[in-house]
Design a protein around this ligand. Structure first.
Ligand code: SF4
Length: 296
């Protein structure tokens, strides 16, 4: 098992501090402090919710493997909401609940999902990450003005991104956002099995940002990392060690014990299908017009 301090306590504070620039209410620090340190509390820094595998970009080195989807799809909102609630109802605090795609602004039921989860008492902040290619409609903009929501814009310098236009609208509507220019990514490599030892997997997983900030929910399962979620969804990997079935019937106590044990796992099988540990950089956001094929 990973150290609780490194896997949970420190990421909780980092996540809170990085949510938005500027001061946050003292009560928020107190809540994170209390829920991180009391042994009966369940708190997680960032939980990623995949709403869709459809995207408006086709990034060759997408860590989440979007260009490999032959038939990308939206997850129906009723199922999504039921899964998110099944998770949130069993925990005390999620510092950041991240709604993600693909591209979240092309998910047709985005306002339904936001309305269903935004006021859940376990959610401190709700974040959306967009690639800036889509200007959302007024109904979505209205939701984005909520005090708990922060929009993150990933800027790869791709010609179809409309980032200055989007930022102008966000500013005029007092919507909180961050704008990150990504120039380089670490290459995740193809989808083949690498045959790494358990010790190597532990080293790579524990050194990876994803092990602290990318618990990812996809189709009723929580995964140790977003890449693992999509490797499994695409049928490129099958490792029950890496997921937790949210839909399985359990008592609240069983859920909490089993989920914490899962979350503190000290390795992920997904790292056997990833080159992040090699730390090789590549230009961010390079586009492909192909459907990528598995290489293993
Ligand atoms: S598969 Fe492992 S190394 Fe790759 S992003 Fe996920 S946690 Fe990190």
């Amino acid at each position: 098992m990973r150290s609780y301090f490194k896997a949970v306590v420190r990421p909780n504070f980092n996540c809170l501090m990085n949510m938005i620039p500027g001061k946050k209410p003292l009560g928020e620090y107190f809540r994170v402090f209390k829920d991180s340190l009391l042994p009966n509390k369940q708190i997680f820094a960032n939980i990623v919710i995949i709403m869709t595998t459809k995207c408006t970009l086709r990034c060759e080195n997408c860590n989440n493997l979007m260009p490999y989807y032959l038939s990308p799809y939206h997850i129906p909102s009723e199922q999504l909401i039921s899964d998110i609630r099944a998770f949130l109802d069993n925990i005390d605090t999620c510092v950041k609940l991240s709604l993600l795609g693909g591209e979240p602004f092309i998910y047709p039921e985005l306002t339904t999902v936001i309305d269903a989860v935004i006021d859940h008492p376990a959610v401190m902040y709700l974040s959306l990450t967009t690639n800036g290619t889509v200007i959302p409609d007024e109904e979505v903009m209205k939701r984005l003005r909520h005090r708990k929501i922060v929009l993150h814009i990933s800027d790869y310098g791709v010609s179809t991104q409309k980032i200055p236009q989007l930022i102008e609208i966000l500013k005029s509507q007092n919507i909180r956002y961050t704008h990150k220019k990504d120039t380089d990514w670490v290459v995740p490599g193809g989808t083949k099995y690498r045959g790494k030892s358990k010790e190597q997997l532990k080293i790579e997983y524990n050194n990876c940002y994803s092990s602290r900030y990318c618990g990812t929910m996809l189709n009723g399962k929580m995964y140790l990392c977003a890449r693992g979620a999509h490797l499994t969804d695409l049928g490129f990997m099958d490792a029950p060690h890496d997921w937790f079935d949210i839909r399985k019937k359990r008592t609240a106590k069983e859920f909490q014990q089993q989920f914490k044990e899962f979350y503190l796992s000290d390795y992920a099988e997904a790292c056997n299908y990833c080159d992040h540990g090699l730390k090789i950089s590549v230009k961010a956001g390079v586009q492909t017009d192909k459907i990528l094929e598995p290489d293993g």
